[in-house]
Every structure is written in structure tokens, then in C-alpha cells.
Design a protein around this ligand. Structure first.
Ligand SMILES: *Cc1c(COP(=O)(O)O)cnc(C)c1O
Length: 362
């Protein structure tokens, strides 16, 4: 096993999740959102695998994230979009890379109309999230730019509450989007993120844009979707210690043992993406035992109570699962009061990433 924290990523499991999502949104096309290094799991290998799986539309957040994989996707006949728009990048950088911006403002639409020489782009309409996208008052001006050099090929919006299917906002946004998108003529449309893929057929339009669900985290509150778990984040047990009642653990001594037992010191900490808010709240999975984290998570280590294991001393130098098939990122996120998005994208620093093809990471 690895002496460092190690993240194993099962590309077969991600491909299986893509197939499930594609089936769910059919007849719409299923794209893949692989921003933030595919939510921390590795945009290169994952993008290539999804290309092989037939995915043809990919979304990144930044131009800089997209330039490595962009040429391969284009060569395969695919399209690469950058969600954050042209932003501070010169239009020429997009043109040179063959990557298309999702235009978010009137100013970006004007810039693209002027400088892109007919190169296509997508347009994001804000329909109630108030984060990115064009406000309705600018629709007509942008529509007129389409006769003046602006080549829009796709129009999209984004749901604010799709993870809560009963929220009225989902319908309100859908109605607004349907109305406004029609103003831009006969071009393809998209609305759904991962959770939106499960809101029903009227939310799918021509294309759906899942990210999170590809990576095996549950997108919809109160519903279990049979996704495969593609991640296994592990770190070695550095030391097993015998402790007595009254011993306390870690910085600040925030946990004190009520009785004697055994603890395992695990070689990963907040520098590796194990957040401090798992202190005294999260768990690790050690050979069949779900062991509570005791004391504060430090930068490079944390401690778990392994007293319930039949042979605790045998666990030294074995691997502890921090998130994986036996202890999902959703479970840990619930303990930490964080989202699965935050936990996945935090894994980093010294963590070694290994991509495998092996359905079920057990
Ligand atoms: C991140 C993002 C997505 C993917 O969202 P998930 O909830 O991860 O599926 C889709 N569309 C836009 C505009 C996004 O920013």
C-alpha cells in the first residue's frame, strides 16, 4: 500500500454512472461537467474515458482547466464549453484553443460578436439563481447581436433548487427558461444539473449537464439513486496506541477517553483534504470497522478509536478508508456539515491519484 494518502478512481464506475444518467435523460444528450479537475478525481483520465463512452459535450469552469484536454475532445468531434464565460481571458485565447465560452453578460456577448469572427458560443440566461447569466432585460439586445456577428449555438440556464424536487422554484425557473430560450431561435437548450436530470423529462431539453452524480455522490435530497462509487480515498495507519481512561487526544485535547482502549493514528489531515470539521464527528473505515474520529484533525494526521476491533494491534500499517464504497462521501459530508462537492474537491495536496478500470472498488 501507499505510504501517502491515496485516491483510487474507478473509471468503469464513472462510465456506469454516465450510462445511467444518459438513460435517464434520453432522448436528450448527456454531457459531462468536468470542472475543478472533475471534482477532484482527475479531468484527464475521466474526460478520455467518457469520450470513449460516447460523451461529446464537456463543460469546464475556466479556460485554463480546458486547454489540456480540449484538443483531444475536439479531435473526437466533441465540443468544449467554459461555464465562467470569457471573463478576464482575451477572446483570442478561446479562439486559439478552439474552446467555446458560455457568455454570461451583454458585455461578453458584444465582445464575442466583435472579436470571434463567427465562432460559436453558448449563452447562459439567469432565471432566478442570480449568480451567472443574462438578465431578461438584455435578451433583445443579445438577440439583435445574432444578426450582427454573434453565432449562438446553445442557450442554457441553471436550477437553484433541483436537489429539492418539491420546491416551486423549479417550475418557475423552467417556465422562465422555456419562454426566454425561445427568443434565441432554433438552437439547442439545456437546463439540468445532476439533480435536474431526475426532475422529469420536461427539464431535459436537448442536453443535460451532470457533474456530481458522475462521481457517485447523491444529487437529490431524500432519494437514493443507484450510482456506483468511483472513489476510494485512503491513508495508512501510522501507529496503534493503547490508551487509558482519562487520556485525551490531539490539539486542544478535545476528546477524553471514558475507558481504556486502542486508537489508530492515520497519516492524512487537513492538508490532504480531511477537513477539520470532521474532528470528533466523522469516521474512518478500517477492515470492517466504522471507527469514530476522536480529537481534532491535524494537518498531517488524525486519530480514530479502534477499540471495537477484535484485534486492534493488527491494524498498524494497514489502510484506512476516509471516503469510499464502505463510507461514502455523502455520509462524511453529513457528519461534517459540508457538501459532497466540498469534500471531493478538497482532496489534494500530497494525495496520490491512481486511475483504474475495475467496476466496484472492493
Ligand atoms: C457545476 C455546474 C453543473 C453541474 O452541476 P452538478 O450539480 O455537479 O451536477 C451544471 N451546470 C452548471 C452551469 C454548473 O455550474
Amino acid at each position: 500500500m501507499s505510504a501517502r494518502p491515496c485516491l483510487t478512481i474507478d473509471l468503469d464506475a464513472i462510465a456506469a454512472n454516465f450510462r445511467l444518467l444518459q438513460k435517464t435523460v434520453t432522448p436528450a444528450e448527456c454531457s459531462a461537467v468536468i470542472k475543478a479537475d472533475a471534482y477532484g478525481l482527475g479531468a484527464g483520465p475521466i474526460g478520455r474515458r467518457l469520450l470513449a463512452q460516447g460523451c461529446r459535450t464537456f463543460f469546464f469552469a475556466h479556460l485554463a482547466e480546458a486547454v489540456d484536454l480540449g484538443p483531444e475532445i475536439r479531435q473526437a468531434g466533441g465540443t468544449v464549453f467554459v461555464l465562467n464565460g470569457t471573463g478576464l481571458y482575451p477572446a483570442a485565447d478561446f479562439l486559439q484553443a478552439g474552446i467555446l465560452p458560455v457568455l454570461n453578460t451583454l458585455e461578453e456577448a458584444r465582445l464575442w460578436a466583435r472579436e470571434a469572427k463567427g465562432t460559436p458560443a453558448a449563452l447562459h440566461l439567469d432565471t432566478g439563481m442570480n449568480r451567472l447569466g443574462l438578465p431578461a432585460r438584455d435578451d433583445e439586445t443579445v438577440r439583435n447581436l445574432m444578426g450582427d456577428g454573434l453565432n449562438l449555438i446553445h442557450v442554457m440556464s441553471h436550477p437553484a433548487c433541483a436537489d429539492e424536487p418539491d420546491r416551486l422554484e423549479n417550475r418557475t425557473q423552467l417556465t422562465r427558461f422555456t419562454e426566454r430560450a425561445a427568443r434565441f431561435g432554433d438552437i439547442t437548450k439545456s437546463f439540468a444539473n445532476s439533480a435536474g436530470c431526475f426532475l422529469g423529462p420536461e427539464f431535459q431539453f436537448d442536453l443535460s449537464r451532470p457533474g456530481l452524480a458522475l462521481y457517485g455522490a447523491q444529487p437529490v435530497t431524500g432519494r437514493h439513486i443507484p450510482l456506483s462509487i468511483p472513489y476510494r480515498f485512503e491513508a495508512p495507519v501510522l501507529q496503534v496506541r493503547r490508551f487509558s481512561a482519562g487520556d485525551s487526544f490531539g490539539y486542544g485535547g478535545t476528546h477524553t477517553a471514558k475507558a481504556g482502549g486502542f486508537s489508530a493514528t492515520i497519516g492524512a489531515g487537513y492538508a490532504d483534504g480531511v477537513p477539520r470539521c470532521l474532528s470528533n464527528r466523522g469516521h474512518v473505515w478500517l477492515h470492517g470497522l466504522k471507527a469514530p474520529i476522536i480529537g481534532r484533525v491535524s494537518m498531517d494526521t488524525f486519530v480514530a478509536d479502534i477499540s471495537a476491533h477484535p484485534d486492534p494491534e493488527s491494524l498498524v500499517h494497514t489502510c484506512a478508508q476516509i471516503y469510499g464504497p464502505d463510507l461514502t462521501v455523502d455520509d462524511q459530508a453529513a457528519s461534517a456539515g459540508l457538501s459532497a462537492y466540498e469534500l471531493l474537491t478538497r482532496i489534494g495536496g500530497r494525495t496520490e491519484r491512481i486511475h483504474v478500470n475495475q467496476l466496484a472498488l472492493r
